[in-house]
Design a protein around this ligand. Structure first.
Ligand code: PLP
Length: 431
């Protein structure tokens, strides 16, 4: 096997560099199991980012390995104009898991193409074309979804698609209109819809939002925001698309994050950990919406739509979700992890806010709790120190938010270990 330096040399010459880590210095991962991954030098890391948030079941989960092996023995890929058995099984499982009337699913590859398909359905159904998304959103990096990824990564790619609008996200720790959540009465929604109504040139087709803004900085909307958003969409004949790609399938302590608010969207998308590490995404909507857009000749299909191997992995994930009560695990482990973060916040003034649900948690770092000046460079130093000490976390909002997504396979002992690595890194920047 090649050494780390040989592989890095090869990567510098042949691997495209457009990735978030610009250092080009490794680590180079070679294997993983449960909540740990190992690099080419045999160093082990606690993976509190679940890979790219796709290994939330745990790396190389046996149920996924078995489902993939079975598909390899039967059918890996199929003609997507016809049905295959694995796809039908998964659609039925998902349709029964989701609340009524969400029932009809299609399976694609990435989170971006699922969101894009949902947008296309909303456009066909409403006859409008405008789509609105909160200013801390991340929905993908295809042209359409990048135009709605207001959390960043959209500058310098040419004009966004026409009809894409930002609304104010309910980022209560840094309220964009300087109000307090206890007394604001969701004034950010009033301001947003005043602007939307003023700008629209046709009927807006939909609002696309995450129930908790993950990449934007683990931002949790206040109670009531989502249901009020849905009401305002209905008033205007717009659909509500909920991007549950990070938050769905148990991670926040409920099967779907929209259950925390008892809101059922018109469309919802899944991706990320849906395939337990295998690439699959989905769009689900009601039979009524599906019938109407199909009658209007709606079609979205890609070479790997509804592939049996990916769908088998999706069904295996839903089996694990139900059999092992992953939502319950996320509540229990998330509660334990949160209590440890609370203890750290008592010791380190730099932790200005702790947010998130279940096993999607984040801390916002500030230079001063009163002024809330973001501690961006400090956050990046802490992340690097954690990586060096064997803990993978991701850094958001230019460095001031650290996000933790430990896999459901994580033990309390692994959480304790992660906390002590984080504590050491916090101590080093605060000394
Ligand atoms: C909420 C959300 N939606 C969509 C996407 C895009 O998914 P993909 O990278 O699979 O296209 C992401 C990716 O991080 C995401 O976090």
């Amino acid at each position: 096997m090649k050494s780390e330096s040989e592989l890095l040399e090869s990567a510098r010459r042949f691997s495209f560099g457009g990735r978030m880590d610009k250092s080009g210095s490794g680590p180079i991962f070679v294997r993983g199991s449960g909540s740990e991954v190992e690099d080419i030098n045999g160093k082990k890391y606690l993976d509190f980012n679940s890979g790219q948030m796709c290994a939330w079941l745990g790396h190389n989960h046996p149920a996924i390995v078995e489902a993939v092996a079975d598909a390899c023995d039967t059918l890996i890929h199929a003609h997507s104009s016809y049905y295959n058995d694995k796809e039908i099984e998964l659609a039925e499982r998902l349709g029964k898991l989701l609340p009524d009337p969400l029932q009809k699913s299609m399976f694609l590859q990435s989170g971006a193409d699922a969101n894009e398909a949902a947008i296309n359905i909303a456009r066909k159904y409403t006859g409008g074309f405008e789509i609105i998304s909160p200013h801390t959103s991340f929905h993908g990096m295809s042209d359409t979804t990048r135009s709605l990824t207001f959390a960043g990564w959209h500058r310098g790619y040419g004009p966004p698609q026409p009809g894409m609008m930002a609304m104010l996200a309910p980022y209560c720790y840094r309220c964009p209109i300087n109000l307090e959540p206890e007394t604001c009465e969701l004034a950010c929604l009033d301001a947003s819809f005043e602007l939307i109504d003023a700008q629209t040139t046709s009927r807006p087709a939909a609002v696309l939002t995450e129930p908790i803004f993950s990449a934007g900085g683990v931002i949790e909307p206040p109670t009531g925001w989502l249901s009020e958003l849905k009401r305002r969409c209905e008033d205007r004949g717009m659909l509500l698309i909920l991007d549950e790609e990070q938050t769905g399938l148990g991670k926040t302590g409920a099967t779907f994050a929209f259950e925390h608010e008892d809101v059922v969207p018109d469309l919802t998308t899944l991706a990320k950990h849906f395939g337990g590490g295998v690439c699959i995404s989905s769009v689900t909507t009601s039979a009524e919406i599906e019938e109407r857009v199909i009658a209007d000749e709606f079609i979205v299909t890609h070479s790997h739509s509804n592939d049996p191997l990916a769908c088998a992995a999706g069904t295996a994930t839903l089996n694990v979700l139900e059999r092992d009560d992953l939502a319950g695990k996320a509540r229990q482990l998330g509660g334990y992890f949160r209590s440890k973060l609370n203890q750290l916040a008592e010791r380190f003034e730099m932790i200005g806010d702790i947010r998130g649900r279940g096993l999607l948690q984040g801390i916002e770092l500030v230079r001063d709790r009163r002024t809330r000046e973001p501690a961006t460079s400090e956050g990046r130093t802490i992340t690097d120190q954690c990586l060096g000490d064997g803990l993978i976390v991701s850094v958001r909002r230019e460095g001031s938010v650290l996000r933790f997504v430990p896999p459901a396979s994580t033990t309390e002992e692994q959480i304790d270990r992660a906390i002590s690595i984080l504590e050491h890194a916090l101590y080093k920047v605060n000394r």
